[in-house]
Design a binder for this molecule. Structure first.
Ligand SMILES: [Mg+2]
Length: 168
């Protein structure tokens, strides 16, 4: 089972701001659960890049959005959520599914119509697959809104996932 749980449905190779929103609509996705640190902005920054804000504004026209972060700082995640005016959960303890289950209830959508987008296999992808969401792995974001050159952690995760036979 762990094999399937570590495999994203869509391994994009892209940063979040470059994901085509049409693809989600065509798949019947109604809502997105978004990781924060490494996905929407680098962990050491507080302000979202304009390209990410634009992408979120476009996504909001078609989809419900919710931030789901493992970061324990409510202050940080709230500050970020206010920049884009969407609901958030901090201290989510992914890959534990408790916080995600709660977020799913608030979205009132079938899990198969919800996508989770994140930069980590062992938190975002694992919890999304456990609950039957459409799982989307993005490249970690850099300070210019483009993908970060430092992708060491995700590459390490991919090596470990490969041992389980999940990823080539
Ligand atoms: Mg992350």
């Amino acid at each position: 089972m762990i094999r399937n749980w570590l495999k994203p449905d869509w391994e994009t190779g892209l940063g979040i701001a470059n994901l085509p929103i049409d693809r989600f609509i065509n798949l019947g996705i109604k809502a997105l659960i978004l990781d924060v640190d490494g996905t929407l902005l680098p962990r050491q920054e507080k302000k979202l890049h304009s390209s990410v804000i634009l992408w979120i504004q476009e996504a909001k026209l078609h989809l419900d959005l919710h931030l789901l972060s493992n970061n324990p700082s409510k202050k940080r995640i709230e500050y970020i959520s206010k920049q884009i005016n969407i609901n958030f959960t901090h201290n989510a303890a992914k890959p534990s599914s408790r916080a995600l289950r709660k977020a799913l209830i608030s979205l009132q959508q079938d899990p198969k119509h919800i996508a989770i987008i994140g930069d980590r296999i062992f938190t975002d992808i694992l919890v999304g697959n456990r609950l039957g969401l459409y799982t989307v792995l993005v490249q970690p974001i850099g300070s210019n809104g483009k993908t970060s050159k430092n992708n060491t952690v995700q590459r390490l995760e991919q090596s470990i996932a490969a041992i389980f036979g999940a990823i080539k």
